[in-house]
Design a protein. Structure first.
Ligand code: GLA
Length: 522
């Protein structure tokens, strides 16, 4: 027997080497082809979780419940409570292509998911019209991973004592409308600087509010952490305070916030204590994923939990309820310690959105009072999607409604026109009027609307609005304001000058989507 011992089987050494080389070649070819071979054969049926990194240390999770039959893939995309049916899904030659339709801002849009198989994972790209595609990795998971945690019991209802804050509608800035997920420590510091240097602080703007996406996970001790964009929240709060301003933060009663970040569910008291320790002065508390655990009827108890927790910290913290005006929140908002409550869905930077929200708030105006305000959402002034006339309408309506004035633009780069709208002290004075009398609809006629509000100094703020697309003449009879027969003086609050009041009615030519705002007194 020779050294190799193979001769016994009639195989020469060179034959053996050739055979070995062939085996090696075939097996390496097989290895190369393996993923697509496996993929082509594999069945994607089952539950998957896609994790898309948000760039700050967090991941946004989307679940897929897939059913594969040959090359066809059907099933559902699950994102929070949202379920989207998959249409036209295919899996061909190792490539997955899924399409799901979503109703976004009353328009149907298609999200597409394109994946390639990598071992047991799928490398995926998500495309949404008008946004940059994002990439992540999907892996198999169990259906239970897509479910919310079990329901925790809720406290019995009681009235949370008034915290004594927000005697006039809060004024400040919030990050969401302009920055959304891109807000970070530097932007917040920049906004605090600009609030002072622009003169906004001097006319009453006070709160610098960080909206969603600052959050990290709760740590092993259950303490909420910040993500990479906010390395030191206490230091940031100190900085904002050093400017003579106050700082706000955002969370929600569910396990996840609206942007999919960590919420306060089951950590309410601990989170409130952390906010207080950081020096936070304002909390916006957003329903979102709480809706997967609780019903609308539970909202009062859910919000009361955080209202109590904030009060228990001993630090004055404005409590801002954000549940989009559901469950007639204006009736119970004050009872949970709420200083303001959203009355509508999200505003966006266009006339339709502004018009729909701004002119639909009059029936609930009487629920606003010192310490407790209706919140028709934050300002879009200066964000570029509307004309100056439309932004003046925005500011005028919010002032007449005694709405919070939370600027939502980049304060570092404001045009003079934007400044003149946000810092019109005569309009701000109406918003902040100490009497907080409800606005009244004096008349509506086609596209024109006349609103009025009695002020503490016994004068009346009068808004002549034109919702139409053409300039229109808008009039008001002084008798409708109980001002007939009196010697009147009137001031145009956008022109900053007195205006003549001849006769028994006032008429003005009002530009498309614009306003003439007056202060009238005997
Ligand atoms: C909801 C709120 C918005 C904003 C986002 C953040 O949509 O209504 O104002 O806070 O969540 O995710």
């Amino acid at each position: 027997m020779n050294k190799t011992g193979f001769h016994e089987f009639g195989i020469s050494s060179s034959e053996l080497q050739t055979a070995l080389r062939r085996i090696l070649l075939v097996s390496s070819l097989l290895l190369l082809l393996a993923p697509s071979f496996v993929a082509a054969q594999s069945d994607l049926t089952g539950f998957w979780v896609l994790r898309v990194p948000t760039g700050d240390g967090n991941y946004r999770e989307t679940f897929f419940d897939l059913k594969q039959s040959g090359e066809a893939v059907t099933g559902k995309v699950l994102q929070g409570a949202r379920e989207l049916a998959i249409s036209g899904g295919t899996f061909k030659a190792g490539r997955l292509h899924l399409v799901a339709t979503i109703h976004f801002q009353s328009v149907e849009r298609q999200i597409t998911y394109d994946g390639t198989i990598e071992g047991s994972k799928i490398s995926m790209t998500v495309s949404f019209p008008g946004r940059d595609p994002v990439a992540g990795t999907a892996e198999r998971t169990s259906p239970s991973a897509a479910l919310p945690p079990p329901r925790l019991p809720l406290p019995a209802l009681h009235d949370v004592p008034d915290n004594g804050l927000a005697r006039t509608p809060p004024m400040g800035w919030n990050s969401w409308n302009k920055f959304a997920g891109k807000v970070d420590d530097a932007a917040v510091r920049g906004m605090a600087d600009a609030m002072v240097s622009s003169g906004m602080k001097a006319v009453g703007y006070t709160y610098i509010n960080i909206d969603d996406t600052w959050e990290g996970p709760h740590d092993a001790q259950g303490n909420i952490t910040t993500n990479r964009k906010f390395p030191d929240m206490k230091a940031l709060a100190d900085y904002v305070h050093s400017k003579g301003l106050k700082i706000g933060i955002y969370s929600g009663p569910g396990p996840k916030t609206c942007a999919g970040y960590e919420g306060s569910y089951g950590h309410e008291e601990q989170d409130a204590k952390t906010y207080a320790a950081w020096g936070i002065d304002y909390l916006k508390y957003d329903w979102c994923s709480a809706g997967r655990i609780y019903k609308d009827e539970d909202m009062q108890a859910v919000y009361q939990k955080m209202g109590d927790a904030l009060l228990a910290t001993g630090r004055p913290i404005v409590f801002s309820l954000c549940q989009y005006g559901r469950g007639e929140v204006w009736k119970w908002g004050p009872k949970v310690g709420g200083n303001l409550w959203r009355t509508t869905g999200d505003i966006s930077d266009n006339w339709r959105s502004l018009e729909n929200i701004g002119f639909s708030q009059f029936n609930i105006a009487a629920y606003a009072r010192p310490g407790h305000w209706n919140d028709p959402d934050m300002l879009e002034i200066g964000n570029g999607g509307m004309t100056a006339d439309e932004y003046r309408t925005h500011m005028s309506l919010w002032a007449l409604l005694a709405a919070p004035l939370l600027a939502g633009n980049d304060l570092r780069t404001m045009s003079e026109e934007t400044k003149s709208i946000l810092m019109n002290t005569e309009v701000i004075a109406i918003d902040q009027d100490a009497e907080a009398k409800p606005v009244q609809v004096i008349s509506r006629d086609g596209n024109t609307v006349v609103l009025a509000r009695l002020l503490q100094d016994h004068s009346t703020a009068v808004g002549l609005f034109n919702r139409g697309d053409q300039t229109a003449e808008v009039s008001v009879n002084w008798s409708a304001l109980n001002l007939a027969g009196k010697k009147l003086s009137a001031r145009d609050l956008w022109k900053h000058q007195p205006t003549e009041t001849p006769g028994d009615r006032y008429s003005a030519s009002v530009p498309a989507h614009g306003v003439v705002l007056l202060k009238v007194g005997p």
